[in-house]
Design a binder for this molecule. Structure first.
Ligand code: ADP
Ligand code: MG
Length: 432
């Protein structure tokens, strides 16, 4: 029901019942999105927030018309979209610039692809270059620009087509922290005027503070497959003060939603049962895990996950991944939002290099994937196991995991404990 006082806000871009599956090289499919329904209205900033791998970029690409969803549809101003979505300009995380073209040429190429007349290209390119503060760098090549300037160029390209919606996929994650802070404010300044484009912004992020600073609405995703967990309205007045208590409160609230989802308090007997099946290995390096354990030791064996993230200057999502890895290894426990060093974790951090490897190896053998592969190699040392066979095992047990990444993580962990080794030439796993 709409009352007379409510003004109907126009929906610009919308995904309805979108599901998506990627086809893997082996021919199997990976279901990454399940029944996604999201809408971007006129004049708003919407953020997609979720851990890495939750499908944020896939949703953005589907809404932009760069990928056709396996199921469901995309609408723009109520019309079903086939092909590229009109009215959208995209800023990519990796900048996506042509290194052999100057700043101006990098913008012109986008305008040409959008079908603009050749006579307009130069003036429009110059205008959007000025808008993002790159005047004077028109003839420079991308390699001559800093990370922040490269992303300014990325934004200039997206804005050059005068889009109704600006799509941004983790635009500031490859830009230094101070530059990122000013770029966020500048992007909001570009968006703020009511009567000019871009009317709306859709941004993808795994940085909670960034979305609380920028977005009116925060769509929180859960992973495997990606679903909309909840949508949080952000009522904070603009410009937002990152040091205000209200700001902190909303950040904490979002942290809780994400930690509750990503590090559930699983009873021990269920965890034991899990160790009888192949579990996902969070993509964390051994040195990150060791770093976390050493951090905890230095903090009396326990700290809150947000504190850790702030103190080590790591993104929250990264800290969660490493924590999950340390938990699977049996080094830490995660009651509520705390990370607590377990006895084996204490033993590990206090040990010397050799003993650490021994403990690591023992802990690996509590994980089914390592146990099974090691047992097979022990029984038939003359029969190395082909990588493809291990990848198939992962795909069958964990269809939603990125099996290549998990395979790499497995090899790293095994190597650290001298459990087994991977020969890249033969693409086989062998005992050391
Ligand atoms: P996010 O942006 O939230 O990190 P993505 O949308 O990039 O998530 O990826 C979601 C899932 O889909 C991940 O498991 C990822 O490994 C997988 N994925 C992404 N792109 C492809 C692709 N082209 N082929 C196969 N799997 C993919
Ligand atoms: Mg992404």
């Amino acid at each position: 029901m709409t009352t007379a006082l409510e003004v109907a806000v126009e929906t610009l871009c919308e995904a309805r019942h979108v599901c998506h599956e990627y086809v893997m090289p082996s021919g199997s499919t990976l279901r990454v999105l399940e029944d996604i329904n999201v809408a971007i209205k006129a004049s708003e900033v919407v953020a997609l927030l979720g851990p890495s791998g939750s499908g944020k970029s896939t949703i953005l690409r589907i809404l932009a018309g760069l990928i056709k969803p396996t199921e469901g549809e995309v609408l723009y101003r109520g019309k079903r979209v086939e092909g590229l979505t009109p009215g959208v300009g995209i800023v990519f995380q990796s900048f996506a610039l042509y290194p052999w073209m100057t700043v101006t040429e990098n913008v012109e190429v986008v305008l040409r692809a959008a079908g603009l007349p050749e006579s307009d290209l130069h003036s429009r390119a110059e205008r959007s270059i000025r808008t993002v503060g790159l005047a004077g760098f028109e003839e420079a090549y991308p390699r001559e620009l800093s990370g922040g300037m490269k992303q300014r160029l990325g934004i200039a390209r997206a804005l050059s087509v005068n889009p109704e919606i600006l799509f941004m996929d983790e635009p500031f994650s490859h830009v230094d922290a101070l530059t990122a802070e000013s770029l966020r404010a500048e992007v909001l300044d570009l968006w703020a005027p009511q009567d000019s484009n871009p009317s709306s912004i859709l941004m993808v992020s795994h940085d909670i503070k960034e979305v609380v600073y920028m977005a009116d609405r925060i769509i929180v995703l859960s992973s495997h497959p990606g679903r909309v967990r909840t949508i949080v309205q952000n009522p904070l007045p603009r410009p937002r003060d990152q040091r205000s208590p209200q700001f902190d409160k909303l950040v904490d609230y979002l942290h809780e939603i994400i930690t509750g989802a990503e590090l559930p308090d699983v009873p021990l007997e269920i965890r034991r049962r899990e160790s009888a099946t192949i579990q996902a290995l969070p993509p964390s390096t051994t040195s990150e895990i060791v770093g976390l354990l050493e951090y905890l030791e230095a903090h009396g064996g326990q700290d809150e996950i947000f504190e850790i993230s702030a103190n080590v200057h790591q993104e929250f999502g990264r800290v969660i991944t490493v924590t999950k890895a340390a938990e699977i290894m049996g080094f830490v426990d995660t009651p509520k939002q705390d990370v607590v060093l377990m006895p084996t974790g204490w033993q590990f951090v206090r040990a010397g290099a050799e003993e650490r490897k021994q403990i690591w190896r023992t802990q690996l053998l509590n994980i089914k994937l390592f146990r099974d592969l090691y047992a097979r190699l022990q029984q038939h040392p003359e029969e190395p196991i082909p990588a493809d066979e291990v990848k198939e095992m992962i795909i069958i047990a964990l269809p939603h995991e990125n099996y290549e990444t998990m395979f790499d993580t497995m090899v790293r962990w095994a190597r650290f404990g001298n459990l087994f080794a991977y020969d890249e030439d033969t693409e086989k796993i062998t005992l050391e």
